[in-house]
Design a protein. Structure first.
Lengths: 182, 103
């Protein structure tokens, strides 16, 4: 899985005792944005020749927040855009997976991750991913309501489901927003 | 159930990316879909922050994790990079526990 927020979410939900299905759905809802990144990247990565299927499959794997952000700084169809996309995507891919491997090996050597405060590092990682997305008042309100609803549901629902309730909050918020500003 | 979840989740995440390259543009060119895909990460990440900070299984608890997250927010306001934010949170929680000031 090469899309950071989804990887963290999958592990976070499973680690908190949530079911596999809840973990997968949460990860995929978080990863849905990559689909739209791919859509907006199409003209930037286009060349004179039609893309071959292995190009598409390779680009798909490297389509993440970082590679998209770097590619769209250049003009659509330019060599710079393709190079920025590839260079960013590949370097994040390599470093990310080295990091995951170190984490997997390191975790086996730990006795109690709480002593090192690693259980606090998990929500800190999520809030660091969330922070740059809080661009306007609507997003801040959505984040606060989602956090409150999920917390309130913790004692009531099975682990994993309180987080998923945020997807419902987002659906309702989108409808409210659409009604206010058509 | 961990490896099946990892493999199915990974495959699904990859197929979502491929879909953006192969599905006809007009299907994805949809304002509602665009708004929703921007809002879903905000809602889900906020919920993950809250649940990972305050839950112990199906119980709620206030412990050193909250102090860690508060420290992380301070680091974010000071524009610290991702790794610094995470390390600051871990150190804060570890120190409070080490001193016996928080569970």
């Amino acid at each position: 899985m090469f899309t950071g927020a989804s990887q963290f979410a999958l592990v976070g939900v499973l680690g908190a005792g949530g079911g596999a299905l809840a973990a997968i759905v949460t990860a995929l809802l978080l990863g849905a944005r990559n689909s739209l990144y791919a859509l907006s990247l199409r003209p930037y990565l286009a060349t004179n020749r039609p893309a071959r299927w292995w190009n598409v499959l390779g680009r798909a794997q490297l389509t993440i927040d970082e590679s998209t952000a770097m590619a769209i700084r250049y003009s659509p169809g330019s060599r710079q855009a393709r190079h920025a996309f590839l260079a960013t995507g590949l370097s994040v891919f390599v470093l990310w997976n080295i990091g995951t491997l170190i984490g997997a090996l390191g975790a086996a050597a730990l006795e109690d991750p709480r002593t090192l405060g690693l259980d606090a590092a998990v929500p800190a990682g999520f809030i660091a991913l969330l922070w740059p997305r809080l661009r306007d008042r609507n997003m801040i309100a959505l984040a606060i309501v989602s956090a409150a609803v999920a917390t309130a549901l913790v004692p009531i629902l099975q682990p994993g489901l309180p987080v998923l309730s945020a997807a419902l909050v987002a659906l309702i918020a989108e409808r409210l927003l659409a009604r206010r500003a058509p | 159930m961990i490896w099946p979840a990892v493999i199915i989740g990974s495959l699904g995440a990859y197929l979502l990316k491929v879909s953006g390259y192969v599905i006809p543009e007009r299907v994805l060119e949809n304002d509602r879909l665009k708004r929703l895909t921007a809002m879903l990460p905000v809602a889900l990440l906020a919920a993950l922050v809250a649940v990972q900070t305050f839950s112990v299984g199906t119980a709620l608890a206030v412990d050193a994790r909250m102090a860690g997250v508060a420290a992380a927010i301070v680091a974010l306001v000071l524009r610290a990079p991702f790794l610094v934010v995470v390390v600051v949170a871990a150190i804060t929680a570890a120190v409070l526990r080490g001193l016996g000031l928080a569970a």
